[in-house]
Structures are given as C-alpha cells and as structure tokens.
Ligand binder design. Sequence first.
Ligand code: PSV
Ligand code: MN
Length: 434
Amino acid sequence: MLGFSIDEAVIAGHNRAQSKALDAGYARLCDQLAERDVDVAAVESRLASLNIAVPSWGLGTGGTRFGRFPGRGEPRDVYEKLDDCRTIWDLGRLSKSVSLHLPWDEVSDYRKLRLYGERLGLAFDAVNSNTFQDQPDQAHSYKFGSLTSTDAAVRRQAIEHNLQCIEAGVALGSRAITVWIGDGANFPGQQNLSRAFERYLDSMKDIYKGLPADWLLYIEHKFFEPAFYATVISDWGSSYLAATALGERAKCLVDLGHHAPNVNIEQIVARLAWSGKLGGFHFNDSKYGDDDLDAGSINPFQLFLIFNELVDAGARLGEAFQPAYMLDQSHNITDPIESLLISGEQVARAYAKALLIDRTALTQAQDANDVIAARRLLMAAYETDVSPLLAKARIDKGGAADPIAVYRDSGYRARKADERPVSAAGPAVRQSVL
Ligand code: PSV
Ligand code: MN
C-alpha cells in the first residue's frame, strides 16, 4: 500500500514559488489586525492545534438513491482510504485523524490497521456504528428499527454490534463511538412514540455500560430520513434527554445537515455547550435537507456563527471544553480529496474569523443593547479575509500554500487509478450510498 505519495520537496517548491506574494499578504493582514488589537500569535496558536477528522466513508464517491458515479482511483479498502487521508494531511495539515464506519471498514485485525495508521502519522477518531442497513450475514433485519425495535432479538443484535465497534475502536486507539440510528416511523400510528424512546434508552444503557472509562458516546440526532414521519432521535432535545439519562460520558453530536431548514443551529450549539452536553460535530452543508455538501459551500455565515458560539463557550469553560470536529460529507460529483481539503479549510476559516471577534466590545454592545454595534463587530470579523493566516498555519506545519494546486499538479488521482485497478466484480469495499 501507500504507493505514490506527494513528495514534500514538491510541496516546498510550490510554496517557494508563492512565498513573496504570501509574505506580503500576511504582512498586510497582520498590520490590519494590529490596528484592531488582535493578538495574532494567540490566534495562530489556536489554529495550529485545530484537528478536523476525515470520515472514511467520504473518501470514495458517495451517491444518491438515484445512483452512484464512481471515479477512477478510488480507495478499494480501508488501507487505501488511510493512504488518501495521509495525502489530505500532507497538503492541508488540518486532519490528522480518521473516523471509521463499521462494518464498512471492517478488517480482521484492528491492531494491524492501527499500526498502519501510526506509520502514516494518523490517529483514529470516533468509530461509527451502523444499524441502519442490513448486512448479508446478519440474523435479524433492521427493517423496522434496530436499537428501538419491538423485537428484543433485533435490539440485542444492534447492541452487540455497537459493543463490537467499541472493541474494534479500543484496538485502534479511538476514544469515542458515534451512534446514529435511522429508527422511526413512516406513518402516524405506526409506532408508540414514547415506548420507542424508552426502548432506545434501554438499549443505549447496555452500550453505555460497555464504554471504557476514558471513552465518550456521541448521540447523533437527525430530524428525518430514512424515517419520514417520526424519527426516534430526531432533534437536539431528544438527544439531550438521552445523553442526560445515560450519564456524564454521553454527549450530543451535531451534524449540520440534520435539522429542518432555517433552524438556528448556532443556538442549539450554545445550549448544548452551556449544559455540558456538546460532544462534537459532523460538518457539512445543505440547502434543502441532509444534502451532505462540502462544509461552508452553501452557508459559510452559519459556520462562522457556530464558531462564534464555540469560541465564546471555550472562553467561559476553558480547557475542559473540547468538542470533537469531524466532516461528514458525500462527494457525488467532485474528487473526494479535493472536497475534503476545501471543507477542512472552510472550517478553519470560520474558526479563524470567530477568533478575531472583539469579545469585550461585543459584550459591552450586547449589555448596552447597541444592536448595530454588536452586528458590526461580528461583521468586521466575518468580512476579514483570513486566507493569509490559514496559508501560514499550513505552511508552518509543512503543508501546501495552495493544496488543490499541488494536488492537481501531482497527478495523484491518475497515479492511484493505475495503482488501484477496479476488478470486474466491482469495488472490494462496501460503499456508503447515503
Ligand atoms: C446519517 O445521515 C449520517 O449523518 C450519520 O453520521 C451516519 O453515520 C453517516 O451519515 C454515514 O452515512
Ligand atoms: Mn453525520
């Protein structure tokens, strides 16, 4: 495995060619920020420690229920997915970890996989369980639900799968499991809404009991799809109730695409942070539903407002406040590596801008009910072009000034197409089509 990779000398060469323009842009921005009393070094150190995990399922072409259009050179197994993650790290220097999905990424030896990841300098983020699809070898179907099924044998099977995910995660060095279920009802009357939630809690208690002491359990809510009338864990309220009933190490995970249009996600983030139950994020973007588009591609202002809440909560709660950041995207018509690089940068951009907000002045404006002043303070940060800061953060860590340009020049995908011929039988891995 690994095969072709982008040489660091190539990256350095690209960077050198742009260094004059980059230095000038950086100096201009620093002058501008100094006038606004921004502590640039502090912003840079926060940016340097940002990590946004890559979803293993985002490394191949996704699809819709109408079809999938695979690209050449896609990873055929989890090892090749790690190779692509390494390339994303080499260029973007924002994503040092990968979040696996089981059984899509199932292997017989997770310790071996962990060692392979370590050799590439990668770590394993939260493991994701999957009880929203039937697997060919499973005894019971999830057609009418998994953790909330009315059938105790189905629930047991789903619980066991989650416990196996934890076991795999322990071997990988993960520290969390994310549980998203598609359980719910398509029609009024189909399900007793209260009893379905009770069954969920009972099942989740068994999973929580199997959690190692230093692990977290993330509960991911989603308002609809595949259940079209009532999803059991449909919103942050249900997620919060469940996380509270389970215990301290159960937290809520916010996937940006999992809310009804126009829902104020940043307010949800503020509430969860305040209550100590904000576990992490699946970043992506959407226009209509759970579109799984690249983060920041539709509504970058929303992403900024979310980071505004995160920076605010971090200032109040200190080091203990460490929500986990992951991407969760489906790349249907783009090269996944390019989309993941751009999304990581968009998340970093939103964070950097949120770090520029003059919080003392904002608090004063808010307390004085000076609406326009408060708005102007937010906009001053949002409208600042932080590109030079982002480029510097990348270059300082050995990444590329322009990751997409280097990626394209390198011919990486074409090289991988040669190295990864697809067999006539089709891809060797089960692919997400969600
Ligand atoms: C569900 O739509 C979801 O957002 C969950 O995170 C799943 O695990 C993921 O997508 C994978 O398809
Ligand atoms: Mn998700």
